[in-house]
Design a protein around this ligand. Structure first.
Ligand code: G3P
Length: 214
């Protein structure tokens, strides 16, 4: 399973990358706005740090505008993936960008039928949002199992990128289901490496080590 970091903060992306946690990056307008920097500048900096796919989202709501923005974003570097919101105009843009050889990631997917339409349009990545479904009392991870099943049934090339991850159990369940990619906030990535028994064990070994060191 690939790990992407869900962030537009170049410092945390660099920290995560040092630790081997960054196979790619996803950004969205909310994350870029939080960085307080211009969109193209943020994506350019991330692409200088990361070789894997870097998703950059369009702001247009019509296919023509999305395709135009997509071409501009794709010029930044060959690893840029154009992030398109799930809607009919978005699927037109995905199909056109795919035929121009540009990679796409369809975002804000909340149902398995939306995911099926994303696969049919020929997107590179499909981003079902698990946390936001959990927030409204639906089981977000069911959407991942169903999407994986549909893509496998029809041998679709689109990869499932689990988005809106809030906690480690989302990642564990994604790995057990066999999802292709998870995109994870830095804070949650950091939490994955820790265990209280590890900390306790290290403290004991250090204490015992003092008895024979020097
Ligand atoms: O990749 C999409 C993700 O950033 C959305 O996460 O926590 O805002 O639902 P969240």
């Amino acid at each position: 399973m690939q790990f992407y970091i869900d962030s537009a903060d170049i410092n945390e992306i660099k920290e995560a990358n040092k630790r081997g946690w960054v196979d790619g990056v996803t950004t969205n307008p909310t994350l870029v706005a939080k960085s307080g920097r211009p969109h193209h500048e943020v994506i350019t900096d991330i692409c200088a740090e990361v070789d894997g796919y870097v998703s950059a989202e369009v702001l247009s709501m019509d296919a023509e505008g999305m395709v135009k923005e997509g071409h501009e974003l794709a010029k930044i570097k060959e690893n840029v993936v154009v992030k398109i919101p799930m809607c009919e105009e978005g699927l037109i843009a995905v199909k056109r960008l795919a035929s121009d050889g540009i990679k796409t990631n369809v975002t804000l997917v909340f149902s398995p039928l939306q995911a099926l339409m994303v696969g049919k349009a020929g997107a590179t990545l499909c981003s079902p949002f698990v946390g936001r479904l959990d927030d409204i009392s639906h089981d977000g991870m069911d959407l991942i199992s169903q999407t994986m099943q549909i893509y496998q049934n029809y041998d679709m090339d689109t990869k499932v990128l689990v988005a809106s991850i809030r906690h480690p159990i989302h990642i564990l369940e994604s790995a057990l289901i066999g999802a292709d990619v998870v995109t994870v906030p830095y804070k949650v990535l950091k939490g994955l490496t820790h265990h209280p028994l590890t900390d306790k064990g290290i403290a004991q070994f250090m204490k015992d080590g003092e008895k024979f060191a020097k």
